[in-house]
Design a binder for this molecule. Structure first.
Ligand SMILES: Cc1ncc(COP(=O)(O)O)c(C=O)c1O
Length: 417
Protein backbone atom coordinates (compact mmCIF):
# COMPACT_ATOMS: atom_id res chain seq x y z
CA UNK A 1 0.00 0.00 0.00
CA UNK A 2 1.68 3.24 -1.11
CA UNK A 3 1.26 5.86 1.62
CA UNK A 4 4.54 7.70 1.02
CA UNK A 5 2.96 10.75 -0.56
CA UNK A 6 0.89 11.36 2.57
CA UNK A 7 3.79 10.79 4.92
CA UNK A 8 6.07 13.07 2.92
CA UNK A 9 3.73 15.91 2.00
CA UNK A 10 0.70 15.88 4.30
CA UNK A 11 1.00 17.75 7.57
CA UNK A 12 1.76 15.88 10.77
CA UNK A 13 -1.61 17.09 12.01
CA UNK A 14 -3.31 14.18 10.22
CA UNK A 15 -4.74 11.71 12.73
CA UNK A 16 -7.37 9.10 11.78
CA UNK A 17 -5.16 7.74 8.99
CA UNK A 18 -2.62 6.74 11.63
CA UNK A 19 -5.08 4.25 13.12
CA UNK A 20 -6.34 3.03 9.75
CA UNK A 21 -3.19 2.89 7.63
CA UNK A 22 -4.57 1.93 4.25
CA UNK A 23 -5.73 3.77 1.15
CA UNK A 24 -9.47 3.68 0.63
CA UNK A 25 -11.01 3.82 -2.81
CA UNK A 26 -14.70 3.00 -2.51
CA UNK A 27 -17.51 3.00 -0.02
CA UNK A 28 -21.09 1.81 0.02
CA UNK A 29 -23.54 1.58 2.89
CA UNK A 30 -21.61 0.27 5.89
CA UNK A 31 -18.55 -0.87 3.97
CA UNK A 32 -15.31 0.87 3.00
CA UNK A 33 -13.00 -0.81 0.47
CA UNK A 34 -9.27 -0.20 0.15
CA UNK A 35 -6.92 -0.32 -2.84
CA UNK A 36 -6.27 -4.02 -2.32
CA UNK A 37 -9.97 -4.78 -2.44
CA UNK A 38 -10.12 -5.48 1.30
CA UNK A 39 -13.47 -4.57 2.87
CA UNK A 40 -13.98 -2.95 6.25
CA UNK A 41 -17.24 -2.60 8.15
CA UNK A 42 -17.41 1.03 9.18
CA UNK A 43 -18.37 1.61 12.83
CA UNK A 44 -16.83 5.09 12.73
CA UNK A 45 -19.25 6.56 10.20
CA UNK A 46 -17.33 9.71 9.36
CA UNK A 47 -17.32 10.67 13.05
CA UNK A 48 -21.11 10.78 12.83
CA UNK A 49 -21.42 12.46 9.43
CA UNK A 50 -22.64 9.31 7.67
CA UNK A 51 -25.73 8.29 9.62
CA UNK A 52 -27.45 7.16 6.40
CA UNK A 53 -24.41 5.25 5.16
CA UNK A 54 -21.80 5.77 2.48
CA UNK A 55 -23.08 6.82 -0.94
CA UNK A 56 -26.74 6.40 -0.06
CA UNK A 57 -28.46 5.79 -3.41
CA UNK A 58 -31.43 8.09 -2.83
CA UNK A 59 -29.35 11.04 -1.66
CA UNK A 60 -26.83 10.43 -4.46
CA UNK A 61 -29.56 10.55 -7.10
CA UNK A 62 -30.79 13.89 -5.78
CA UNK A 63 -27.26 15.34 -5.86
CA UNK A 64 -26.64 14.04 -9.39
CA UNK A 65 -30.01 15.38 -10.62
CA UNK A 66 -29.19 18.79 -9.18
CA UNK A 67 -25.71 18.85 -10.75
CA UNK A 68 -27.04 17.66 -14.11
CA UNK A 69 -29.68 20.37 -14.15
CA UNK A 70 -27.05 23.10 -13.58
CA UNK A 71 -28.70 24.01 -10.28
CA UNK A 72 -26.92 26.94 -8.59
CA UNK A 73 -23.84 25.44 -6.91
CA UNK A 74 -22.72 28.38 -4.84
CA UNK A 75 -24.83 31.27 -3.64
CA UNK A 76 -23.62 32.43 -0.19
CA UNK A 77 -26.90 33.31 1.52
CA UNK A 78 -28.80 34.43 -1.55
CA UNK A 79 -32.28 33.02 -2.03
CA UNK A 80 -32.35 29.83 -4.10
CA UNK A 81 -35.10 27.36 -4.90
CA UNK A 82 -33.04 24.58 -3.27
CA UNK A 83 -32.78 26.50 -0.02
CA UNK A 84 -36.51 27.33 -0.04
CA UNK A 85 -37.34 23.63 -0.44
CA UNK A 86 -34.98 22.66 2.37
CA UNK A 87 -36.32 25.27 4.80
CA UNK A 88 -39.93 24.35 3.99
CA UNK A 89 -39.28 20.66 4.48
CA UNK A 90 -37.25 21.07 7.67
CA UNK A 91 -39.90 23.33 9.20
CA UNK A 92 -42.95 21.31 8.16
CA UNK A 93 -41.70 17.74 8.42
CA UNK A 94 -39.11 17.86 11.21
CA UNK A 95 -39.67 20.88 13.48
CA UNK A 96 -43.46 21.42 13.51
CA UNK A 97 -44.49 17.78 14.07
CA UNK A 98 -42.15 17.78 17.09
CA UNK A 99 -43.56 21.04 18.42
CA UNK A 100 -40.38 23.06 17.89
CA UNK A 101 -40.31 26.65 16.73
CA UNK A 102 -36.89 27.72 15.51
CA UNK A 103 -35.43 30.11 13.00
CA UNK A 104 -32.64 28.62 10.97
CA UNK A 105 -29.20 30.17 10.68
CA UNK A 106 -26.80 28.79 8.08
CA UNK A 107 -23.29 29.29 9.50
CA UNK A 108 -20.11 28.07 7.79
CA UNK A 109 -20.39 24.37 6.98
CA UNK A 110 -18.71 22.80 10.03
CA UNK A 111 -19.87 21.87 13.49
CA UNK A 112 -17.50 24.23 15.19
CA UNK A 113 -18.98 27.09 13.18
CA UNK A 114 -22.51 26.23 14.31
CA UNK A 115 -21.22 26.37 17.89
CA UNK A 116 -19.40 29.68 17.31
CA UNK A 117 -22.64 31.19 16.01
CA UNK A 118 -24.53 29.89 19.05
CA UNK A 119 -21.96 31.35 21.47
CA UNK A 120 -21.82 34.75 19.76
CA UNK A 121 -25.60 35.00 19.73
CA UNK A 122 -26.00 33.94 23.36
CA UNK A 123 -23.42 36.53 24.49
CA UNK A 124 -25.10 39.21 22.39
CA UNK A 125 -28.60 38.42 23.64
CA UNK A 126 -27.73 38.15 27.32
CA UNK A 127 -24.96 40.79 27.28
CA UNK A 128 -22.80 38.44 29.36
CA UNK A 129 -19.38 37.06 28.42
CA UNK A 130 -19.19 33.87 30.41
CA UNK A 131 -20.48 30.50 29.09
CA UNK A 132 -20.84 27.32 31.13
CA UNK A 133 -19.96 23.95 29.65
CA UNK A 134 -19.47 20.50 31.11
CA UNK A 135 -16.17 18.80 31.84
CA UNK A 136 -15.73 16.06 29.24
CA UNK A 137 -17.32 18.23 26.54
CA UNK A 138 -16.24 18.45 22.93
CA UNK A 139 -17.67 21.33 20.92
CA UNK A 140 -15.10 22.00 18.19
CA UNK A 141 -11.64 23.36 17.47
CA UNK A 142 -12.06 27.06 16.62
CA UNK A 143 -11.17 29.31 19.52
CA UNK A 144 -14.64 30.02 20.89
CA UNK A 145 -15.76 26.39 20.72
CA UNK A 146 -12.32 25.17 21.82
CA UNK A 147 -12.66 27.18 25.02
CA UNK A 148 -15.61 24.88 25.82
CA UNK A 149 -13.85 21.71 24.71
CA UNK A 150 -12.04 20.07 27.59
CA UNK A 151 -9.43 17.63 26.34
CA UNK A 152 -5.92 18.80 27.09
CA UNK A 153 -4.44 17.83 23.73
CA UNK A 154 -6.96 19.86 21.72
CA UNK A 155 -6.70 22.85 24.05
CA UNK A 156 -2.92 22.71 23.86
CA UNK A 157 -3.09 23.56 20.17
CA UNK A 158 -4.79 26.92 20.79
CA UNK A 159 -1.61 28.89 21.44
CA UNK A 160 -3.59 31.58 23.26
CA UNK A 161 -5.58 31.72 26.47
CA UNK A 162 -8.97 30.05 26.25
CA UNK A 163 -11.24 32.10 28.42
CA UNK A 164 -14.76 33.25 29.29
CA UNK A 165 -15.88 29.69 29.99
CA UNK A 166 -16.53 27.95 33.31
CA UNK A 167 -16.52 24.15 33.33
CA UNK A 168 -19.04 22.38 35.51
CA UNK A 169 -18.39 18.75 36.57
CA UNK A 170 -20.40 16.42 34.33
CA UNK A 171 -23.06 14.60 36.37
CA UNK A 172 -21.38 11.19 35.99
CA UNK A 173 -18.07 12.46 37.43
CA UNK A 174 -19.21 12.84 41.04
CA UNK A 175 -22.40 10.81 41.39
CA UNK A 176 -22.81 12.05 44.97
CA UNK A 177 -22.76 15.69 43.85
CA UNK A 178 -26.02 17.33 42.75
CA UNK A 179 -24.50 19.30 39.87
CA UNK A 180 -27.66 21.32 39.24
CA UNK A 181 -27.68 22.44 42.88
CA UNK A 182 -23.96 23.14 42.50
CA UNK A 183 -24.68 25.44 39.53
CA UNK A 184 -27.38 27.21 41.53
CA UNK A 185 -24.89 27.72 44.36
CA UNK A 186 -22.35 29.22 41.96
CA UNK A 187 -24.96 31.81 41.02
CA UNK A 188 -26.32 32.52 44.50
CA UNK A 189 -23.07 32.61 46.46
CA UNK A 190 -21.59 36.10 46.22
CA UNK A 191 -18.23 34.53 47.07
CA UNK A 192 -18.29 31.79 44.39
CA UNK A 193 -16.04 33.82 42.11
CA UNK A 194 -17.91 32.54 39.07
CA UNK A 195 -19.65 34.88 36.66
CA UNK A 196 -23.23 34.26 35.63
CA UNK A 197 -23.17 32.80 32.10
CA UNK A 198 -25.05 33.79 28.98
CA UNK A 199 -25.66 30.10 28.32
CA UNK A 200 -25.09 26.55 29.42
CA UNK A 201 -23.95 24.33 26.51
CA UNK A 202 -24.36 20.56 26.69
CA UNK A 203 -24.28 17.38 24.59
CA UNK A 204 -27.06 14.98 25.65
CA UNK A 205 -24.56 12.16 25.23
CA UNK A 206 -20.94 13.22 25.56
CA UNK A 207 -19.38 11.51 22.57
CA UNK A 208 -15.73 12.52 22.29
CA UNK A 209 -15.68 12.71 26.11
CA UNK A 210 -16.08 8.91 26.29
CA UNK A 211 -19.73 8.04 25.46
CA UNK A 212 -21.62 9.27 28.49
CA UNK A 213 -25.38 9.54 27.93
CA UNK A 214 -26.67 12.11 30.40
CA UNK A 215 -29.66 11.05 32.38
CA UNK A 216 -33.03 12.47 31.20
CA UNK A 217 -33.88 13.69 34.70
CA UNK A 218 -30.57 15.57 34.89
CA UNK A 219 -31.13 17.09 31.45
CA UNK A 220 -34.61 18.29 32.46
CA UNK A 221 -33.31 19.74 35.71
CA UNK A 222 -30.46 21.51 33.89
CA UNK A 223 -32.90 23.04 31.42
CA UNK A 224 -35.23 24.13 34.22
CA UNK A 225 -32.26 25.66 36.06
CA UNK A 226 -31.40 27.70 32.95
CA UNK A 227 -34.99 28.91 32.47
CA UNK A 228 -35.33 29.86 36.14
CA UNK A 229 -32.09 31.86 36.08
CA UNK A 230 -32.41 33.60 32.70
CA UNK A 231 -29.59 31.56 31.16
CA UNK A 232 -29.87 30.23 27.60
CA UNK A 233 -29.90 26.45 27.26
CA UNK A 234 -27.90 25.31 24.22
CA UNK A 235 -27.78 21.73 22.98
CA UNK A 236 -24.91 20.72 20.72
CA UNK A 237 -26.57 17.93 18.72
CA UNK A 238 -23.79 17.79 16.15
CA UNK A 239 -22.72 14.21 16.81
CA UNK A 240 -25.73 12.58 18.45
CA UNK A 241 -28.51 14.34 16.53
CA UNK A 242 -30.04 13.38 13.14
CA UNK A 243 -31.26 10.04 14.53
CA UNK A 244 -28.04 8.86 16.19
CA UNK A 245 -29.18 9.33 19.79
CA UNK A 246 -32.79 8.17 19.23
CA UNK A 247 -35.48 10.53 17.85
CA UNK A 248 -34.49 13.08 15.23
CA UNK A 249 -33.06 15.33 17.92
CA UNK A 250 -31.33 13.51 20.74
CA UNK A 251 -33.16 15.67 23.30
CA UNK A 252 -36.70 14.69 22.27
CA UNK A 253 -36.76 11.72 24.66
CA UNK A 254 -36.05 13.99 27.64
CA UNK A 255 -38.73 16.43 26.44
CA UNK A 256 -36.29 19.34 26.20
CA UNK A 257 -36.93 22.53 24.29
CA UNK A 258 -33.49 24.18 23.99
CA UNK A 259 -33.12 27.87 23.18
CA UNK A 260 -30.42 27.17 20.60
CA UNK A 261 -29.45 23.92 18.85
CA UNK A 262 -26.23 23.31 16.91
CA UNK A 263 -26.42 20.73 14.11
CA UNK A 264 -23.82 19.53 11.63
CA UNK A 265 -22.28 16.20 10.54
CA UNK A 266 -25.25 14.05 9.40
CA UNK A 267 -27.49 17.03 8.63
CA UNK A 268 -25.39 17.05 5.42
CA UNK A 269 -27.04 13.72 4.52
CA UNK A 270 -24.25 12.33 2.39
CA UNK A 271 -21.21 13.43 4.37
CA UNK A 272 -21.54 16.85 2.75
CA UNK A 273 -20.20 19.84 4.72
CA UNK A 274 -23.20 21.54 6.27
CA UNK A 275 -24.23 23.09 9.58
CA UNK A 276 -27.26 24.78 11.09
CA UNK A 277 -27.76 26.87 14.18
CA UNK A 278 -31.41 26.75 15.25
CA UNK A 279 -32.60 29.62 17.40
CA UNK A 280 -35.80 30.54 19.14
CA UNK A 281 -37.36 33.36 17.04
CA UNK A 282 -37.19 35.90 19.88
CA UNK A 283 -33.39 35.43 20.05
CA UNK A 284 -32.88 36.45 16.43
CA UNK A 285 -31.30 39.85 17.07
CA UNK A 286 -28.49 39.35 14.55
CA UNK A 287 -27.67 42.28 12.28
CA UNK A 288 -27.25 41.32 8.62
CA UNK A 289 -23.81 39.67 8.04
CA UNK A 290 -22.85 39.85 11.71
CA UNK A 291 -21.85 36.17 11.54
CA UNK A 292 -20.67 35.55 8.03
CA UNK A 293 -18.88 33.05 5.79
CA UNK A 294 -18.40 32.35 2.08
CA UNK A 295 -19.53 28.74 2.23
CA UNK A 296 -22.64 29.23 4.32
CA UNK A 297 -25.55 27.18 3.08
CA UNK A 298 -23.58 25.35 0.38
CA UNK A 299 -26.21 24.48 -2.23
CA UNK A 300 -25.17 20.89 -2.95
CA UNK A 301 -25.13 20.26 0.79
CA UNK A 302 -28.61 21.78 1.03
CA UNK A 303 -29.87 19.37 -1.63
CA UNK A 304 -28.19 16.43 0.12
CA UNK A 305 -29.54 17.60 3.48
CA UNK A 306 -33.14 17.66 2.28
CA UNK A 307 -32.72 14.21 0.73
CA UNK A 308 -31.20 13.04 4.04
CA UNK A 309 -34.29 14.25 5.91
CA UNK A 310 -36.47 12.38 3.40
CA UNK A 311 -34.46 9.22 4.02
CA UNK A 312 -34.83 9.69 7.78
CA UNK A 313 -38.63 9.95 7.50
CA UNK A 314 -39.42 7.66 4.54
CA UNK A 315 -37.16 4.83 5.70
CA UNK A 316 -38.53 5.11 9.24
CA UNK A 317 -35.00 5.41 10.62
CA UNK A 318 -36.23 6.21 14.12
CA UNK A 319 -38.13 2.91 14.39
CA UNK A 320 -35.25 0.96 12.84
CA UNK A 321 -32.80 2.42 15.34
CA UNK A 322 -35.10 1.47 18.19
CA UNK A 323 -35.25 -2.13 16.90
CA UNK A 324 -31.56 -2.58 16.11
CA UNK A 325 -30.45 -0.87 19.32
CA UNK A 326 -31.44 -4.13 21.04
CA UNK A 327 -28.79 -6.04 19.06
CA UNK A 328 -26.16 -3.48 20.02
CA UNK A 329 -27.15 -3.42 23.68
CA UNK A 330 -27.17 -7.23 23.90
CA UNK A 331 -23.72 -7.51 22.31
CA UNK A 332 -22.38 -4.87 24.69
CA UNK A 333 -23.53 -7.03 27.61
CA UNK A 334 -21.67 -10.00 26.09
CA UNK A 335 -18.56 -7.86 25.73
CA UNK A 336 -18.83 -6.69 29.33
CA UNK A 337 -19.07 -10.31 30.44
CA UNK A 338 -15.62 -11.01 28.92
CA UNK A 339 -13.79 -9.23 31.74
CA UNK A 340 -14.88 -7.39 34.87
CA UNK A 341 -12.60 -4.48 33.93
CA UNK A 342 -14.61 -3.73 30.79
CA UNK A 343 -17.51 -1.26 31.05
CA UNK A 344 -19.94 -0.45 28.25
CA UNK A 345 -22.26 2.56 27.97
CA UNK A 346 -24.47 4.08 25.36
CA UNK A 347 -27.90 4.47 23.88
CA UNK A 348 -29.58 4.15 20.49
CA UNK A 349 -26.73 3.99 17.94
CA UNK A 350 -23.79 5.33 19.92
CA UNK A 351 -22.01 3.01 22.34
CA UNK A 352 -18.67 2.90 24.07
CA UNK A 353 -16.48 0.06 25.34
CA UNK A 354 -14.40 1.46 28.18
CA UNK A 355 -11.02 -0.07 29.01
CA UNK A 356 -9.92 2.55 31.52
CA UNK A 357 -9.93 0.04 34.40
CA UNK A 358 -7.03 -1.85 32.78
CA UNK A 359 -3.69 -0.77 34.20
CA UNK A 360 -2.15 -1.22 30.71
CA UNK A 361 -4.35 1.48 29.16
CA UNK A 362 -4.11 3.11 26.59
CA UNK A 363 -2.32 0.11 25.06
CA UNK A 364 -5.37 -2.17 25.37
CA UNK A 365 -7.83 0.03 23.47
CA UNK A 366 -5.22 0.76 20.80
CA UNK A 367 -4.45 -2.96 20.42
CA UNK A 368 -8.15 -3.82 20.11
CA UNK A 369 -8.59 -1.09 17.49
CA UNK A 370 -5.65 -2.51 15.50
CA UNK A 371 -6.72 -6.16 15.74
CA UNK A 372 -10.26 -5.14 14.73
CA UNK A 373 -8.93 -3.10 11.81
CA UNK A 374 -6.84 -6.01 10.55
CA UNK A 375 -9.93 -8.20 10.81
CA UNK A 376 -11.97 -5.73 8.73
CA UNK A 377 -13.64 -3.34 11.19
CA UNK A 378 -13.15 0.40 11.59
CA UNK A 379 -13.77 1.63 15.10
CA UNK A 380 -12.27 4.74 16.77
CA UNK A 381 -11.20 5.71 20.27
CA UNK A 382 -12.50 8.59 22.40
CA UNK A 383 -12.56 9.75 25.99
CA UNK A 384 -10.05 10.26 28.78
CA UNK A 385 -6.70 8.75 27.68
CA UNK A 386 -8.52 7.49 24.58
CA UNK A 387 -9.60 4.48 26.63
CA UNK A 388 -13.06 4.09 25.08
CA UNK A 389 -13.82 2.45 21.74
CA UNK A 390 -16.68 4.29 20.07
CA UNK A 391 -19.15 2.00 18.32
CA UNK A 392 -21.15 4.01 15.84
CA UNK A 393 -22.59 2.05 12.90
CA UNK A 394 -24.70 3.70 10.19
CA UNK A 395 -28.37 3.80 11.16
CA UNK A 396 -29.53 1.85 8.08
CA UNK A 397 -27.10 -1.03 8.59
CA UNK A 398 -28.62 -4.48 8.00
CA UNK A 399 -28.73 -6.86 10.95
CA UNK A 400 -26.27 -9.30 9.43
CA UNK A 401 -23.55 -6.69 8.90
CA UNK A 402 -24.22 -5.18 12.32
CA UNK A 403 -23.82 -8.57 13.99
CA UNK A 404 -20.72 -9.37 11.91
CA UNK A 405 -19.06 -6.09 12.90
CA UNK A 406 -19.92 -6.58 16.57
CA UNK A 407 -18.52 -10.11 16.47
CA UNK A 408 -15.26 -8.85 14.97
CA UNK A 409 -15.09 -6.33 17.82
CA UNK A 410 -15.80 -8.97 20.46
CA UNK A 411 -13.21 -11.35 18.99
CA UNK A 412 -10.63 -8.55 18.87
CA UNK A 413 -11.25 -7.76 22.55
CA UNK A 414 -10.97 -11.45 23.46
CA UNK A 415 -7.71 -11.75 21.52
CA UNK A 416 -6.18 -8.73 23.21
CA UNK A 417 -7.20 -9.30 26.82
C1 LIG B 1 -20.52 17.38 19.79
C2 LIG B 1 -19.63 18.00 18.76
N1 LIG B 1 -19.66 19.33 18.59
C3 LIG B 1 -18.90 19.94 17.67
C4 LIG B 1 -18.03 19.21 16.87
C5 LIG B 1 -17.18 19.92 15.86
O1 LIG B 1 -17.60 19.64 14.55
P1 LIG B 1 -16.61 19.90 13.34
O2 LIG B 1 -15.50 18.91 13.46
O3 LIG B 1 -17.43 19.69 12.11
O4 LIG B 1 -16.13 21.30 13.46
C6 LIG B 1 -17.96 17.82 17.03
C7 LIG B 1 -17.02 17.02 16.22
O5 LIG B 1 -16.68 15.89 16.52
C8 LIG B 1 -18.77 17.19 18.00
O6 LIG B 1 -18.73 15.88 18.21
Amino acid sequence: MDTQVFEKYESEVRSYCRNFPTVFTKSKGSVLTDENGKEYIDFFCGAGALNYGHNNDYIKSKIIDYLSSDGVAHALDMYTAAKREFIDYFQNEILKPRGFEYKIQFPGPTGTNAVEAALKLARKVKKRQNIWALMGAFHGMTLGALALTTDTASRGGAGVALHDVTHIPAPYMFPELDTVKYMQTLLDDDHSGIEKPAALVIETTQAEGGIYPLDNEWLKAAEAFCKKNDILFIVDDIQVGCGRGGGYFSFEEAGLNPDIVALSKSIGGYGMPFALTLLKPELDIWSPAEHNGTFRGNQLSIVAAKAGLEVFLNEKVEEKVREKEKILAAKMKEIEALDSRIATRGKAFIWGVDFSAFKEEPEISKAVLTVAFNAGLIVERVGRSNAVLKVMPELLIDEETLTKGLDILKDAIKAVI
